[in-house]
Design a protein around this ligand. Structure first.
Ligand code: IPE
Ligand code: IPE
Ligand code: MG
Length: 247
C-alpha cells in the first residue's frame, strides 16, 4: 500500500444546503420554517468556518430552477434572505467576513439588488472568510454569461478567459463540495468550478448540519488523495524517488 498524500484543510468549501423542506415536514411545520432554521444553520456554519481558518465558503441558497416552486415559497425565500442580509451584516462584519452575492440579479427586485450591493460594500474591506451566497444561480447560467462576456470583448474563448469571466473568478476553485439532504446530484451548482472538488454527500438535513457534521466532512476531505490526473507514485516521492510502501 502506498502512503497517500493526505490533503490538509480545504481552502474553499462549497455547500448545497438541501433538506429544509423535509426538516420542516418532520417537525410538522410549514416549509418556510425549515428555511428559517436553514438560516440558523448557515450562521452556525459561517462561524465554524471562521474558527477553522477556512478561506472561502460558497453556499447554494436559491437555484435558477427554484423559481418553479409555489409562488408563496419563492416570495417567502426572498423575504427571508432580505431580512437575513439586513440582520446579519453587523455580526459578519465583526467576524471579518467578506460577502459576495453570486447569480443573476436581473430578475430580483430593486430593493433586493440594493440590499446585496450595500452588504457587499459594507464588508468589502474585510480580510477574513469570503462568503459567497449563490442566489438565482445556476452553473449553466454562469458558463453562458461568461462565454458571452468573453465573446463580447472580442477575446478568444479559452479556458483561462472563461475562468476569469465566471461569477466566482475572485476565488480559487472549491476543494470540498458538500451536499446535505441525501440526494446524490449537483443540481446545476458550480458545474465548471467543481471539476476537481472532493464530493461529500450526507443524509443530514441542512437545518441539522452542525460543527460536528462539518468536521466529519473535513475529515473525509483529508482522507482523500488528490491526484489531479497524476498517478499516486508521482505524488509520494521518497528520498529514492520511489513511492513509500507500507505493509
Ligand atoms: C434547500 O432545501 C433550500 C432551497 C432549495 C431553497 P429544500 O427546500 O430543497 O428542502 P427539501 O429538499 O424539500 O427537503
Ligand atoms: C438545490 O436544491 C438548490 C439549493 C439548495 C438552493 P434543490 O432542492 O432545489 O435540488 P433538486 O430540485 O432536488 O435537484
Ligand atoms: Mg431540496
Amino acid at each position: 500500500m502506498t502512503i497517500p498524500v493526505l490533503s490538509t484543510m480545504p481552502h474553499h468549501v462549497a455547500i448545497v444546503m438541501d433538506g429544509n423542506g423535509r426538516w420542516a415536514h418532520q417537525h410538522f411545520l410549514p416549509r418556510i420554517a425549515g428555511h428559517k432554521q436553514g438560516v440558523t444553520a448557515l450562521r452556525r456554519c459561517v462561524k465554524a468556518c471562521v474558527a477553522r481558518g477556512i478561506g472561502v465558503l460558497t453556499v447554494f441558497a436559491f437555484s435558477s430552477e427554484n423559481w418553479r416552486r409555489p409562488q408563496e415559497e419563492v416570495s417567502g425565500l426572498m423575504d427571508l434572505l432580505a431580512r437575513a442580509v439586513a440582520s446579519e451584516v453587523t455580526e459578519l462584519q465583526q467576524n471579518g467576513v467578506r460577502l459576495h452575492f453570486v447569480g443573476d440579479r436581473q430578475r430580483l427586485s430593486d430593493a433586493m439588488q440594493a440590499a446585496f450591493s450595500k452588504a457587499e460594500a459594507v464588508t468589502a474591506s474585510n480580510t477574513g472568510l469570503v462568503l459567497n451566497i449563490c442566489f438565482n444561480y445556476g452553473g449553466r447560467w454562469d458558463i453562458a454569461q461568461a462565454a458571452k462576456k468573453v465573446a463580447d470583448s472580442g477575446q478568444a474563448i479559452t479556458e483561462l478567459a472563461l475562468d476569469r469571466a465566471l461569477a466566482l473568478a475572485h476565488v480559487a476553485d472549491p476543494d470540498l463540495l458538500i451536499r446535505t439532504g441525501g440526494e446524490l446530484r449537483i443540481s446545476n451548482f458550480l458545474l465548471w468550478q467543481a471539476a476537481y472538488a472532493e464530493l461529500y454527500f450526507t443524509d443530514k438535513l441542512w437545518p441539522e448540519f452542525d460543527e460536528t457534521a462539518l468536521d466529519e466532512a473535513i475529515a473525509f476531505f483529508r482522507s482523500r488523495e488528490r491526484r489531479f490526473g497524476q498517478t499516486s507514485a508521482q505524488l509520494t516521492p521518497s528520498v529514492s524517488g520511489q513511492p513509500v510502501k507500507v505493509a
